[in-house]
Write a protein of this length. Structure first.
Length: 244
């Protein structure tokens, strides 16, 4: 009596596959204002002049605002470069300002993910992930404390894509999503900026961290890509044998 009937299961799947209200948002509503922001930053850069504090800050904001899941640019190296002393090849910016501007840029970049992933959920094949048992378990875990989970994941120096994508999939408030990204990333950037300033980190550290970040990215990204290529080659070989 306690087991779900086939009709109940079908009804649950239909509920999971429905197009949610927040998934009808317009990409233009976000990306047109963002394009205007980039134009404004370019104007500030030109008016401030190359080498000025204003130019350095708008470059920091612009770069970090582009570093999203769909454009996975490394970020730590630039935060360190911005706060590192000028005698070591850095930009010599105030660590607190670097952390604030950097966190704002990352919050903007994470909103790119929100709009793009939400757009992808318009396709039923993508929404089908909500019908998976493992998804429902992790979604229940996340929804116990969504803001704290998102902020903590934004602070920790580990891959946070999963938590952020889960928040988007669950239709978490856009305002709280951006605020959680800001609150979590600000102390992380502040820590890096203060270390760069206090320990007088030079360009060698920036290059080393950039290289380590790229190696880590390749280590994360290449194995799945290689497996995918192998699977495709195996499928083609199997189809060829079947046709013969």
């Amino acid at each position: 009596m306690g087991d779900s009937s086939p009709s109940d299961t079908t009804a649950d799947e239909t509920q999971d596959l429905r197009l949610l209200r927040h998934e009808r948002i317009s990409l233009r509503a976000w990306f047109l204002p963002f394009a205007a922001l980039l134009a404004l930053l370019a104007g500030v850069y030109l008016l401030g002049g190359e080498g000025s504090t204003a130019a350095a800050l708008v470059m920091l904001l612009a770069y970090l605002s582009l570093a999203c899941t769909f454009l996975p640019l490394p970020t730590t190296w630039l935060v360190i470069l911005a706060a590192a002393p000028t005698e070591g090849g850095g930009l010599g910016l105030n660590p607190w300002v670097v952390a604030t501007v950097g966190a704002a840029g990352t919050a903007i970049a994470n909103m790119h993910d929100y709009y793009l992933v939400t757009f992808l959920y318009r396709y039923q094949a993508v929404r089908r992930i909500r019908t998976k048992r493992w998804y429902k378990r992790v979604a229940a875990w996340y929804n116990r404390a969504p803001f704290a989970t998102l902020a903590a994941a934004s602070f920790l120096p580990i891959p946070i894509d999963f938590v952020r994508l889960l928040a988007i999939s669950e239709g978490y408030s856009r305002v709280k999503f951006a605020l959680g990204s800001l609150v979590g990333r600000w102390p992380r950037y502040l820590l890096f900026a203060i270390l760069a300033d206090e320990f007088k980190l030079g360009w060698q550290w920036v290059v080393g961290i950039l290289g380590a970040t790229m190696v880590l990215g390749l280590w994360r990204g290449l194995p799945p890509l290689v497996r995918k290529i192998k699977d495709m080659a195996r499928d083609r070989h199997t189809e060829k044998e079947a046709s013969e």
